[in-house]
Design a protein around this ligand. Structure first.
Ligand code: PEP
Length: 247
C-alpha cells in the first residue's frame, strides 16, 4: 500500500512563511512514491490551494472540521467549506484538540463522518497519555477511541486514515520505539479487520516526534503505513527527508 506522509503545521504559519516552505517542498519533492499532504490552519487554505495548484505531488489538508453541516456555529468551518478549497484530508481528534477543546470520542467520530460525507479523508488520531501507558491501558484506550468511529461510520471505515499518536511523544522529542509503535498498530489493524474486509488498505500512520533520523526505522514496520509529522514538517528539508524515507 502507498504510504502517506502528512505534515501538521499546527498553529504555525504566515503568508510569507507558507510561501517559502511550499516553494522548498515543491522544489525538492519530485514525483514521490508515497502520498504527501500538508495540513494547514484554515485561514491559509486559499493561499495553499493556489500554491499547490497544477501539481499532484502534495495534497492539501485541514487540521479540524466542524461536527455540524452548516448554520449557527460561530467560528466553525464545515467540511463543505474545506472541500471548496481543494482539501483532501482533515485531521480529526488530534490529542491537542481532545485535551484543550475537550473533544470526546463521539464528537471525533461525528467529525470523521462529516468529512467522509463531503468526500474528504479524515485522519483520525488516537493515542494514550503517559499516565495511561504506565497504567497498562494503551491498547484499551486506542481501541476505545477508534471504536467510536467504527460504530458511527460503518462500512465507510475503509475510507479513513488512522494516526496512532502517543500523547507523550508529541512535540516532546520522545518517540515510541519501532516495536512499541508496531504493537499498537497491529492492535488497531486487528480491530479494523474485525470491522471490514478492507482493513489491509486502511493506512495507519505513526505520529510523535517522527523526524529524518528515526523515520526509516518506524516506516519499515509492517503495520506503519506512513507518518503524521508536526515539528519536522515546518522545515522543507526535514519533511522531504521523511518523504524520502517512506519510498
Ligand atoms: C503531531 O502534532 O501530530 C505530531 C506528531 O507532532 P510532532 O511531530 O511535533 O511530535
Amino acid at each position: 500500500m502507498k504510504k502517506l506522509i502528512a505534515g501538521n503545521w499546527k498553529m504555525n504559519a504566515s503568508l510569507a512563511g507558507n510561501e517559502a516552505l511550499v516553494q522548498g517542498l515543491l522544489a525538492g519533492v519530485g514525483t514521490p512514491a508515497c502520498d504527501v499532504a500538508v495540513c494547514v490552519p484554515s485561514p491559509y487554505l486559499a493561499q495553499l490551494q493556489t500554491l499547490l495548484a497544477g501539481q499532484q505531488a502534495i495534497a492539501l489538508g485541514a487540521q479540524n472540521v466542524s461536527a455540524h453541516e452548516s448554520g449557527a456555529y460561530t467560528g466553525d468551518v464545515s467540511a463543505a467549506m474545506l472541500k471548496e478549497f481543494g482539501v483532501r484530508y482533515a485531521i480529526v481528534g488530534h490529542s491537542e484538540r481532545r485535551q484543550h477543546q475537550a473533544e470526546s470520542d463521539t464528537l471525533v467520530a461525528i467529525k470523521a463522518e462529516r468529512a467522509l460525507q463531503a468526500g474528504i479523508t479524515p485522519i483520525v488520531c488516537v493515542g494514550e497519555t503517559l499516565q495511561q501507558r504506565e497504567a497498562g491501558l494503551t491498547d484499551t484506550i486506542v481501541k476505545q477511541q477508534l471504536s467510536a468511529v467504527i460504530h458511527l461510520v460503518g462500512h465507510c471505515i475503509s475510507e479513513i486514515v488512522v494516526a496512532y499518536e502517543p500523547v507523550w511523544a508529541i512535540g516532546t522529542g520522545k518517540t515510541a520505539t519501532p516495536e512499541e509503535a508496531q504493537h499498537v498498530h497491529s492492535v488497531l489493524r486487528a480491530q479494523l479487520q474485525a470491522a471490514t474486509e478492507h482493513a489491509d488498505r486502511i493506512r495507519i500512520l505513526y505520529g510523535g516526534s517522527m523526524n529524518a533520523a528515526n523515520a526509516a526505522q518506524l516506516l519499515a514496520q509492517p503495520d506503519i503505513d506512513g507518518g503524521l509529522i508536526g515539528g519536522a514538517s515546518l522545515k522543507a528539508a526535514d519533511f522531504l527527508a521523511i518523504v524520502a524515507a517512506a519510498q
